[in-house]
Design a binder for this molecule. Structure first.
Ligand code: ADP
Ligand code: ZN
Ligand code: ZN
Length: 737
């Protein structure tokens, strides 16, 4: 059929198809533009969809097509570029396009609500407040800052803008409200924040920084991928700031991707102090209304710099001129469930499509990015020295074979800790396991506390007296007696951060101690508070999990102890060594400054391990070179490309049968450079009550793998056995799990 108006719609549903609809019975043709949302009949219900294209033909007979019920938007939410990127991502990651589009929308818009008309919570000065003289408040600097900010914005500011400028401010706001100086309002329009009067000047860039900036700005109006490979503290952020300044001055928008919510306040405050533009922050911790407002600001071009975690990579930005990916090696850029994509990789593709530069920054670049640099696809920019004269800490191994440990700490390390504490310095201890202890066992009969639903042990959490499974979230109180033999000789084996804290508090009761892990920072704002207290010098002992390894600088730390590397040295995942090396270098990089060089000690029972030796003697670059050589020989990524087909079910048989049938289908393709392994059970075969298996497809050519998946996945999706299991495809998987 031709000559009709046919709407091609990405409907939010788990199906690999684009659907054809007829326009509503009555409609304004001006509103049928690609990128608007539509309410469409679907099955027996209704769904929200995104209009992709207005066409005049359909494969189906038009009398079988249904009509769109409603056009939800007056203006397109996605531009043509945005739609093209979403289509690319759905295609590459083999995920239904409708769901990909839905994932790129703020939650309320995704559900088909009208774009928000009411405002977001904000504050403005009352008459009484406006009459205050900040000069009289000198002893309360935060009040002064807040007052000055609001004096410049008589129309009021949203909570986010205030927080961005003044730090976490809930208490402060309430206090001034009680005094009658402030009132709460709805911020309606999207005014954006006006420029602060004085912008802080940055340091003069050193030669390495300047030449990195020059090489990137040389090609600001075209695509180029740059690996900014700079040791921690080398001033990568200063390079970002200079690039942002230039791009914004040229009228471009910039997108800054960061791995963790915890890192956004610091960076966004630094940007706000230094750039004369409106900076918007997007992350999952925002309230829905606020998120939507920020998203709209970005889409309308009102926010010139947008900082966010991984999903921000899909936010529409009409004037995009630069993408920065900070800590590009970080695993958080990979979404591990649902729509499994790598925000870093999408960022590179997006930059390519928008013809703008993308900068991947890290002190410990991923092997993928290093290989791209070696191959000349990315330009390799190096910042080998710490900025401002600080030296890199020395890293040494501490052999703990046949040594007594107390809560995981050797006597040698303890003496060094005491020496540093005595000298008034800070000490950082790294233990990548939260909770009290990973094992509860019965001394009499050997019983172990296992999760009922996973092939995993329960971790003891003493703070709340619970045993908890870190894989499925199951929890129950720690028993008093053994459920096998009734004995009472239950023992906690192994160390977690709680136990380490208990030991340290026992030995050093007068020393301020801050524990930073997921449990200790669960409450909103508590991480910021702890970090602030550390900066103020309230704590001399800092201990924590990998949360401590990310982004924060602790210049007064002179000793870093890494307590447990050994399990990672022998991890089953071929990426375990890479991750361990990154972690060691990142933790080490948190310490020291010019007049207080740091020292790092790694406790190990395998001091001769080649990975540790290479890393310590020759540094991360040498380690990465050796690892790349190994990967090439072993035909592993980044020299090959993988996709993992996973299946899980309440019994083994359906999951295995599904994968076996999938493998049998694949055998029909007869592709030379494609290998299929499995099905095999997942490293943790049973999790949350389901049996899990996987099938790995691998090729040394990305295009061969992609071509294969394009044909194979639709066949799999159509199999009867697919309905009896939960299955998913993971393209470029980062963890085998
Ligand atoms: P990175 O992002 O690489 O970890 P930062 O940009 O945060 O490094 O810089 C680390 C520290 O060095 C910061 O305190 C920063 O102000 C300082 N710094 C960066 N560049 C310079 C420079 N050119 N001169 C002096 N100090 C600098
Ligand atoms: Zn027992
Ligand atoms: Zn479990």
């Amino acid at each position: 059929m031709t000559g009709m108006i046919i709407l091609k719609v990405a409907v939010a549903a788990p199906v690999y198809a684009i659907f054809d609809y007829l326009p509503p019975a009555e409609y304004d043709p001006e509103r049928l533009i690609p990128g608007v949302r539509l309410r469409v009949p679907f099955g027996r219900g209704e769904r929200c969809g995104v209009l992709l294209q207005v066409s005049d033909e359909s494969q189906l007979q038009t009398n079988r097509l249904k009509r769109v019920r409603e056009v939800l938007d007056d203006n397109a939410l996605f531009g043509a570029e945005d739609i093209a990127l979403l289509c690319w991502a759905a295609d590459y990651y083999r995920y239904p396009l409708g769901e990909v589009c839905a994932a790129a929308l703020p939650a309320r818009l995704r559900q088909g609500s009208a774009a928000q008309k009411q405002g977001v919570p904000g504050w403005r000065l009352t008459e009484l407040g406006s009459a205050q003289d900040p000069a009289l408040l000198m002893r309360a600097p935060r009040q002064v800052a807040l007052l000055q900010l609001l004096l410049r914005h008589p129309e009021g500011l949203s909570r986010q803008d205030i927080d961005l400028h003044c730090g976490s401010s809930a208490q402060l706001l309430r206090k001034l409200e009680q005094r009658g100086w402030l009132e709460q309002i709805d911020i309606q329009a999207v005014p954006g924040m006006r420029n602060p009067p004085a912008v802080e000047a940055g340091p003069t860039l050193n030669q390495d920084q300047q030449s990195a900036v020059d090489r990137i700005t040389h090609g600001l109006s075209r695509f180029g991928a740059y690996l900014l490979d700079g040791v921690t503290g080398s001033g990568k952020t200063e390079v970002y700031l200079e690039l942002l300044k230039q791009v914004v001055a040229l009228g471009g928008q910039a997108l800054v991707l960061v791995p963790e919510i915890g890192l956004t306040p610091q960076l966004s405050q630094r940007l706000r102090r230094r750039l004369q533009v409106s900076v918007a922050v997007l992350h999952s911790g925002l309230a829905e209304g606020e998120r939507e407002l920020v998203w709209q600001r970005a889409r309308l071009g009102q926010a010139r710099v947008v900082i966010g975690t991984r999903s921000t990579v899909f936010v529409p930005l009409p004037d995009l001129g630069l993408i920065l990916v900070d800590e590009e090696h970080d695993l958080s850029f990979k979404q591990q469930d649902g729509f499994r994509y790598s925000a870093r990789d999408v960022a590179v593709v997006r930059a390519q499509r928008c013809n703008c530069p993308v900068v991947l920054g890290s002190a410990t670049p991923s092997l993928e990015s290093l290989k791209n640099a070696l191959d000349g696809r990315y330009k390799h920019l190096r910042l080998p020295e710490r900025a401002g004269g600080a030296t890199q800490p020395a890293i040494d191994l501490l052999d703990i074979r046949s040594t007594q440990l107390e809560a995981g700490v050797s006597g040698m390390l303890k003496r060094l800790i005491e020496a540093e504490l005595g000298a008034g310095n800070q000490v950082l201890l790294f233990l990548n396991r939260r909770g009290y202890a990973p094992i509860l066992t019965c001394h009499d009969c050997g019983w172990l506390a296992q999760c009922q639903r996973c092939d995993a042990r329960m971790t003891i959490h003493l703070s709340d007296g619970q045993l908890s499974c870190h894989h499925c979230g199951a929890q129950y109180p720690v028993q008093k007696c053994c459920p096998e033999c009734g004995g009472t000789a239950l023992r906690a084996l192994g160390q977690g951060t709680e136990r380490l804290e208990e030991m340290l508090r026992g030995h050093y009761p007068n020393v301020g101690l801050a524990r930073i892990d997921r449990d200790a920072t669960r409450r909103k704002g508590s991480l910021e508070r702890l970090l602030e207290e550390i900066k103020q010098g309230k704590h001399s002992l800092l201990l924590g999990t990998q949360m401590l390894a990310k982004g924060h600088h602790f210049p007064n730390v002179t000793l870093v102890g890494i307590l447990d590397v050994d399990q990672a040295l022998f991890g089953a995942d071929f990426r375990a060594a890479e991750r361990m090396a990154q972690l060691i270098v990142q933790v080490a990089g948190r310490a020291g400054r010019a007049d207080k060089p740091g020292r790092v000690l790694i406790q190990t029972r395998h001091p001769e391990h080649p990975l540790l030796q290479t890393l310590l003697r020759s540094g991360y670059a040498a380690f990465a070179g050796a690892s790349l050589a190994e990967r090439r020989l072993a035909l592993l990524p980044p020299y090959t490309f993988q996709a993992l087909l996973r299946a899980e079910a309440h019994r083994r048989e359906p999951a295995l049968a599904f994968l076996e049938q999938s493998a049998a289908l694949a055998a029909g393709f007869k592709l030379d450079s494609l290998a299929l392994w499995g099905p095999v059970s997942a490293p943790m075969e049973r999790r949350a009550g389901r049996y899990r298996f996987q099938l790995l497809a691998q090729s040394d050519k990305r295009s061969v793998l992609q071509g294969f998946l394009a044909e194979w996945i639709p066949l799999i999706a159509a199999m009867k056995s697919a309905r009896r299991v939960r299955w998913s495809v993971d393209v470029d998987p980062q963890e085998m799990l």
